[in-house]
Ligand binder design. Structure first.
Ligand code: CDP
Ligand code: CDP
Length: 219
């Protein structure tokens, strides 16, 4: 199936958005963009300057100066980077600076993008929107396992608390808060492994696309 459409994958931290979006993109032959990297790289650049991620002027300047190489840094994950990303992401001028970047990427050849506001703000016209969730306990467990696999022995309760705090900040902000678009398909993966989530999501995407396709014109 070769398409040039935008598929929006939104949801809270560690719901499995990235894993799912990457696989959907591969299955559908679409480019993939992890939009969280833009906010993570902006937060990192602010921290590198020794500045406070709440400083709107500095954060906006760093978002505007973002370079593609910044997205490949190896220090974009971990508690400090997570919270810095979420903090700069609440600043309207930061979001405005990153909007065209995301839209240009999606418009070129279509794409699967994952984030928080892809279906609500970046591509409200996307024909397929998924909102991926899982319970906070399960998401905490997933992020803890990920850290463990990278050799980081974190405290499980602390990882879950950090995820809850970041979700509250992302959902509570005034600009582009984390929430499902009115026409999003909801996918709760609490009791699904990554394989089952992918199979379910692919079926949802295909059925949404079939509904949208008017089919061959009748003679
Ligand atoms: O992008 P997001 O933060 O939403 O999550 P992720 O980084 O894609 O996934 C977090 C972890 O959950 C990864 O280690 C996945 O293998 C695992 N996982 C998943 O993605 N989907 C499930 N249904 C179950 C586990
Ligand atoms: O992988 P995980 O779900 O933990 O986070 P992420 O997708 O890499 O996003 C990091 C932070 O960037 C989030 O906590 C949000 O505050 C922000 N973000 C956003 O505001 N809008 C997006 N489209 C993507 C990320």
């Amino acid at each position: 199936m070769k398409l040039a459409i935008v598929i929006a994958v939104d949801g809270p931290a560690a719901a499995g958005k990235g894993t799912l979006a990457r696989r959907l993109a591969a299955a559908l032959g679409l480019p993939y963009l992890d939009t969280g990297l833009l906010y993570r790289a902006t937060g990192r650049r602010v921290l590198d300057r020794g500045a406070d991620p709440h400083d709107a002027a500095i954060a906006a300047a760093e978002a505007a100066a973002l370079h593609p190489d910044d997205l490949a840094r190896d220090d974009l994950r971990g508690p400090a980077a997570d919270m810095a990303a979420s903090t700069v992401a609440a600043i309207p001028a930061v979001r405005a600076a990153l909007l065209d970047w995301q839209r240009d990427f999606g418009r070129r050849h279509g794409a699967v993008l994952d984030g928080r506001d892809i279906g609500t703000v970046v591509f409200p016209e996307a024909p397929v929107k998924l909102f991926v969730t899982a319970s906070p306990e399960e998401r905490g467990r997933r992020r803890w396992l990920e850290l463990l696999s990278r050799g980081v022995a974190a405290d499980a309760a602390q990882v879950e608390a950090e995820i809850r705090a970041r979700d509250a900040q992302d959902a509570g902000r005034a600009v582009a808060p984390l929430k499902p678009a009115a026409d999003a398909l909801l996918l709760d993966t609490t009791r699904m492994d990554a394989e089952a989530a992918f199979a379910t999501a692919l079926a949802m995407v295909r059925s949404r696309l079939n509904l949208l396709d008017p089919g061959p014109a009748k003679a």
